[in-house]
Design a binder for this molecule. Structure first.
Ligand code: G6P
Length: 591
């Protein structure tokens, strides 16, 4: 949520092109506005250019301007304080500095009041502007840039990551408190970014600051200040280039590329984890608690079905943002599993922290982004090797999460582990129904609402299918347990309402089929997603998408695929910005 980048050129070259390139990679974190600030650190003025809306607007604006600088910062915004407008776009400026910020300054009102009393004039509605003025106030008091940042942070509450440039210092000062941040060491530049993908093209090595670190970046080095403002060493890691950052010529959207990439993502995830996930993690475990948000929460819901059925361990799945505010009890012997694509979702992190400090429990993180805050806060980490996910709506990370959860759930069952091995190949077959989903997408795109129904471990997939449709096509959609229809949602059915049934020919088929009859008696627009055997039983007037036959245990992975394709093609029909849907951000670092 909000992305920041900072680049310091080592030999005075203009960093603007690199900044814009990095901002493109950051856009998934927010696109309400973008902005850059450039300086040469030689006492000249700081140039700032900002624009409301997506990066495209900023680039257009810059085309008619001649701006350059050897030190620069950039920002993509997901608005929290203040409407998405140019006035509220970062960087925020105070006399001799500019700052970009990801996070929230919780006590900004009090700080603003004190700054206004000192004569500082605010020009935006953001909380970030207090950071700029607070640092400036300390610079006026003759503190050095890094000291000024440290003094500013000491009076601020909230989670954040910042980068600051100065008019008269050849430095960038960055800091993190819970927010994500990476420092990059390159041949030609030093840099800082919200994630490694933002800066990987610029550097050969990176370091990950620890929580509360402040980093003073100059032309040849980065000095890290840890607890008590003492200099500390942070290890450097070699940068591995991830091809997932680039859009292949064959695709027009990352979302489709990522949907199609699932067989490979699942294969890699299984391979990477094959010797890591085993029964030993379950030793002494009486109950499992899963914490997650959004799509990751749906993966957790599927896992509840799996863990209780195959491991016979009671499992609770909690929406992370609700969990810690109701004083939940963490029993001894609880295995806490947090699931997060980004590893930076603040609600999930906070829920994990609550569980760790209020119970005697083991913590496992299932995360896609390496070196994230979640993996650093957990005893054990299982990585989803899905690669970078650039589409804001999560697709391949979801099925990779399911693969990990299934590997754990099936750890005592040889037959199911074998079934899992076949999943990448079955996924390939499931992906080949793309053209048929296009037809159904055309129908859905003409509706203002859609209903998704499933039973058993496909109920969470119905929820996920509805979420995907909402996220990228903006069509209202709801998922329900098929058996719940008659308790209310059936009132929504009329002749036009598309109703999607997830109904493979499994042990629950007859039940789901009865629910389908109930809907058929009232509506006409039914789409069944089924297998060859299920298809034989369908009335002729029911549209169908037929998937390969799989055993019920692994069906959630396969049945996710047509729903992702449906959402994608519906969005395409409607011409929405599929990879960057309105109002959303991929990494949600505010509560
Ligand atoms: C945001 C994203 C969703 C994602 C959710 C949880 O809302 O738009 O796609 O499912 O955050 O993110 P996480 O990174 O924790 O899985």
């Amino acid at each position: 949520m909000c992305g920041i980048v900072g680049i310091l050129g080592k030999s005075g070259e203009n960093v603007l092109p690199s900044l814009l390139n990095s901002l493109e990679k950051l856009e998934y974190r927010g696109y309400d506005s973008t902005g850059i600030a450039l300086s040469n650190g030689d006492g000249g003025s700081i140039i700032r250019v900002r624009s409301a809306g997506k990066l495209f607007n900023l680039k257009e604006k810059l085309q008619n301007m001649e701006v350059s600088g050897s030190i620069g910062i950039g920002h993509t915004r997901w608005a929290t304080h203040g409407e998405p407008s140019e006035k509220n776009a970062h960087p925020m400026i105070s006399t001799n500095l500019a700052v970009v910020h990801n996070g929230i300054v919780e006590n900004y009102k009090k700080l603003k009041f004190s700054l206004e009393n000192d004569g500082y004039i605010f020009t935006s509605d953001t909380d970030t502007e207090v950071i700029a003025h607070l640092i400036q106030r300390e610079l006026f008091n003759d503190f050095s840039p890094v000291e000024a940042v440290q003094r500013c942070l000491s009076v601020m509450d909230g989670a954040l990551a910042i980068a600051v440039v100065f008019a008269d210092h050849k430095k960038i000062v960055a800091a993190r408190r819970k927010g994500s941040l990476v420092i990059g060491f390159g041949e030609h530049v030093m840099c800082v970014g919200s994630d490694i993908g933002t800066i990987s093209q610029l550097c050969q090595e990176v370091s990950y600051p620890e929580d509360t670190d402040i980093i003073e970046i100059s032309e040849n080095d980065a000095v890290f200040f840890g607890a008590n403002f003492q200099k500390v060493d942070r290890p450097k890691h070699e940068v591995e280039h991830d091809p997932c950052h680039e859009l292949a010529e064959t695709y027009s959207h990352f979302t489709l590329q990522e949907i199609m990439d699932q067989p490979s993502a699942i294969r890699k995830t299984m391979l990477y984890n094959q010797n890591k996930i085993d029964e030993s993690i379950l030793e002494g475990v009486n109950t499992i608690l899963i914490l997650a948000c959004g799509t990751s929460y749906h993966a957790g819901m599927v896992a509840k079905y799996w863990f209780e059925y195959f491991l016979k361990i009671q499992t609770n799945v909690e929406i992370a943002s609700e969990f810690r505010y109701r004083s939940p009890i963490i029993a001894d012997g609880t295995l806490v599993i947090s699931i997060s694509q980004s590893g930076e979702t603040i609600d999930t992190l906070a829920a994990l922290e609550y569980a760790s400090s209020n119970g005697n429990c083991k913590t496992v993180a299932i995360v896609n982004v390496k070196n994230s805050s979640t993996d650093r806060s957990s005893n054990v980490v299982y990585y989803a090797e899905a690669g970078v996910e650039r589409g804001v709506a999560s697709t391949k990370a979801f099925t990779a999460q399911l693969t990990i959860l299934a590997s754990l759930a099936f750890c005592r069952n040889w037959f199911l582990r074998q079934q899992l091995q076949n999943i990448p190949t079955i996924c390939e077959a499931a992906l080949s129904i793309g053209d048929e989903t296009r037809e159904v997408a055309r129908i859905i795109s003409k509706s203002s609402s859609a209903i998704y129904l499933g039973r058993g471990n496909l109920y969470p997939i119905a929820l996920e299918g509805a979420l995907k449709l909402k996220e990228i096509s903006y069509i209202h959609a709801e998922g329900f347990a098929a058996g719940e229809m008659k308790h209310g949602p059936i009132a929504l059915i009329d002749e036009r309402m598309p109703v999607l049934f997830l109904c493979p020919h499994n042990e629950l088929f007859e039940k789901t089929f009865s629910n389908m009859q109930e809907v058929l008696a009232r509506g006409k627009n039914i789409i069944a997603i089924t297998d060859a055997e299920g298809e034989k039983n369908l009335p002729s007037d029911v549209r169908r998408l037929v998937l390969p036959t799989v055993c019920s245990a692994v069906a959630p992975i396969i049945y996710s695929i047509p729903l992702q394709l449906l959402a994608y093609y519906t969005a395409l029909e409607l011409g929405t910005d599929v990879d960057r849907p309105r109002n959303l951000a991929k990494s949600v670092t505010v509560e």
